[in-house]
Ligand binder design. Structure first.
Ligand code: UT7
Length: 328
């Protein structure tokens, strides 16, 4: 019989830009106010890149930290996957830039575009490679600079989005090892609502031109509702598939899109909010980065410990959604 392996998190790292964009800064830019933003989103401030600071810059710093945390060297990494929708260039991939910048061997590297589910999708792919015995140490990064796509005259979107990066090194252990590592993951999509959350310009349909209209188009109310439904459903499905009970789960790390969405998901699942990791207040929504960033900071703050069962769940433009259960 073919031998299967398990994938465990060997190390984590994260990085955000220095520049803070507070609600009070936004008050100077659009007609909004701190109270509205905090009440409707839970966000007080977010980190955004300076001009010239790129997604690969953030990804590089997060990746370096994850490799060091795993007690490995760059040359030990044998595959690089980056979840991002904001690569430095339309091509090549951020993952390819990381190969060179980190000093990795000439290993395979590619980016995954699954919007805010990019990191869960990349982790799932990494786990499959590891499970099959193809790779030993996979660097998985979620990195985005949504500020580069954001229209800072549109108050309905500019209050939400931000920049950041998080990274895991996923490593191989024997199937019979005590540590469970990644237990189960599932990803889903439905293209029916493409225009509920998308970037209208800059792609092949409306290529870059002088009349290029910068911005993320979003039907906020629709996305809110669908996000709550999809994340709750996928968590329930994961529990049903694996036989775990809600009480077994030490923490849920949801995509950080809106504190009200996070609370509604906890409510739908009847899961205690104090066990749901949230740092949206300080970081906003940085797409693929929210989950690995929240995970890494929670580890550093002692909120997540080795051996804990962690449920990740995310939702994003596409529409896409998914979840991943693992033992840390
Ligand atoms: O990764 C997934 C990414 N996206 C999301 O998860 C977004 C999901 N949706 C949301 O988070 C929320 O829908 C928003 C935060 C975007 C908006 O909150 P809401 O409670 O759904 O507000 P709304 O769109 O229903 O707007 C309510 C009012 C409107 O005014 P009227 O029509 O009632 O007079 C808006 O024009 O609030 C107004 N408004 C604002 N007021 C002050 C919209 N944006 C702002 C603002 N400041 N920034």
């Amino acid at each position: 019989m073919t031998k299967l392996y398990k994938a465990v998190v060997a190390g984590t790292g994260s990085f955000v830009p220095n520049k803070k964009l507070t609600n009070f800064d936004l008050e100077q830019m659009v007609e909004t106010n701190d109270e509205w933003i905090v009440t409707r989103t839970g966000i007080s401030e977010r980190r955004i890149t300076e001009a010239g600071e790129t997604t690969s810059d953030l990804a590089f710093e997060a990746a370096k930290r994850a490799i060091a945390d795993a007690n490995l060297q760059a040359e030990d990494i044998d595959l690089i996957i980056v979840g991002t929708v904001t690569p430095d260039y339309p091509f090549p991939a951020v993952a390819c830039q990381l190969q060179e910048r980190l000093g990795c061997k000439e290993v395979g590297s590619f980016d995954v575009n699954a919007t805010c589910v990019g990191f869960i999708t990349a982790l799932q792919i990494a786990e499959m490679y590891i499970k099959a015995g193809k790779h030993q140490h996979v660097l998985v990064v979620g990195a985005d600079t949504l500020s580069k796509l954001t229209n800072y005259t549109d108050r309905s979107t500019c209050i939400l989005f931000s920049d950041g990066a998080g990274a895991f090194v996923l490593s191989r252990t024997e199937e019979n090892a005590e540590h469970k590592g990644v237990i189960y993951s599932s990803i889903h999509s439905n293209g029916e609502h493409v225009e509920a959350l998308y970037v209208p310009h800059g792609g092949s349909k409306h290529p870059y031109s002088e009349s290029y209209e910068k911005g993320i188009a979003m039907d906020g109310r629709k996305i809110f509702k669908l996000a709550v439904q999809a994340m709750s459903k996928t968590v329930k499905e994961t529990l049903a598939e694996t036989g775990y009970k809600q009480d077994d789960i030490d923490s849920i790390i949801p995509h950080q899109a809106n504190q009200r969405i996070i609370e509604a998901v906890a409510n739908q699942l009847d899961y205690p909010l104090e066990k749901v990791i949230s740092n949206i207040k300080y970081f906003g929504n940085n797409s693929s980065a929210t989950i690995p960033l929240a995970f890494d900071l929670a580890v550093k703050e002692g909120k997540i410990k080795r051996g804990d069962l962690i449920m990740h769940t995310a939702f994003g433009g596409g529409l896409v959604w998914g979840s991943l259960l693992m033992q840390y």
